[in-house]
Design a protein around this ligand. Sequence first.
Ligand code: XMP
Length: 513
Amino acid sequence: MEKKHQKILILDFGGQYSQLIARRVRECNVYCELKPYKMPVEEIKEGGYNGIIFSGGPNSTYDENAPKCDKALFELGIPVLGICYGAQLMAQTLGGEVTSSDVREYGKTEVEFNTSSLMFHRAKDKSICWMSHTDRISRVPHGFKITGISESCPVAAMEDIKRNFFGVQFHPEVNHTEEGMLYIKNFLYNACGCTADWQMSSFVEDTIAKLKKQIGDKKVFCALSGGVDSSVAAVLVHKAVGKQLTCVFVDHGLLRKDEGDNVETVFKKQFDMNLIRVNAQERFLTALKGVSDPNEKRKIIGEEFIRVFEDEAKKLGKIDFLCQGTIYPDVVESGIGDAAAIKPHHNVGGLPENIGFEGIIEPLRYLFKDEVRKAGLELGIPEFLVWRQPFPGPGLAIRIIGDITEEKLATLREADAIMREEFAENNLDRTTHQYFTVLTNVHSVGVMGDGRTYDCTVALRAVTTDDFMTADWARIPYDVLERISNRIINEVNGVNRVVYDITSKPPATIEWE
Ligand code: XMP
């Protein structure tokens, strides 16, 4: 029988820390789901949640278009914690008062707590909390007690212990709030009655059971890229329905050294999956012949991908479900207005729109990247795949400046393999978020032995980043850089100069094209 796990619902009112709240709850070993604030009360009731957290949000509760919550939600008998805007909304909805202000309280603030309250049980009676608000609660609703105050905030925290409602004006999920995790734990364990028993193994077990039920005896199709997300998603589905899953892996000839073979070995040999490897190297190289413009390259590769998938889908006949490795940040990010499109990213590796299927299966929809990795390890996927750094859909095509030839690809593959080996050897591979080599189209003069050379320049790129939207160049020790440089010059034909890219993003991007 499917085991029922405790879970928390986080209603997102548009706050910048909503994802972080979800993370913290998971760090307390309690499963949670983040949903838009508009989620209907009926659905919440049926969801079987043990507690609800209202996130913060940018609005004033008085704004005409401010997101509201249904009062009926407070009649479900489920404990609720409101954070910042969420606390104000709770106060206003339950008959308290929120006052608008022009002055913003922002930053680290000392808050004094009533430690006989539930939420601040065992906490210090005074500690630093992170504030970021303009409006404030000026009168708590009937039944509530004030449990925290700060110099400029008469209600920094409040609770109604009978109904299990809690509100905090500050952000317990942010690291700057000294005892934030303790407050969250008090809410989860003491108010919601959750036990800290959610682990990756439970997620894996549950998901496989759910997938079995959802898929039944139908057929699933998955476009496997060899990246961690699609790999973990595919293995989960495979564990649930075995050969009812067909994975298609397109080798476009723009992969790194041995990558295609490794993917094939893992999924065919280790997992005995129904995997079709499409060797489309020639098709892609022909289409790319003589093309130098980066966006033109992306466009061609994107279109070829779609054609290859179309051909494969035709061969497979009717597909019931499409499995995708969508992870939690993809879901959340796509809900927020997009920043200016610098590069037409996710156009590559896309599937044709006219593939007919009944539904989409996204088993990782609520996981963060590090959780996806944990799930991957739990499922027995080898570390090199689980820890694979992000690799762009167009592959090495956008790491060769100018037109693409077999010869250039071979040169770049060798140089890249050396950089990766050295990063692994020097334990830099897990702390540097992305690192690779670029084959520039610069030729320069060199001397090797007694002769003059006029060969290619390889650039090394390595960055650290949280979200790939901004990035800093990685401070790689000189001796590692030296070794990589020496090895590339000695071991890779046609390269006589190696440079290190010390540009952050912005102004540069991570890739060179
Ligand atoms: P940039 O170069 O824009 O890269 O700073 C940010 C992240 O996106 C990856 N990237 C791509 N991924 N198709 C992809 O699937 C693309 O066309 C593409 N261009 C860049 C890049 O590797 C980095 O992780």
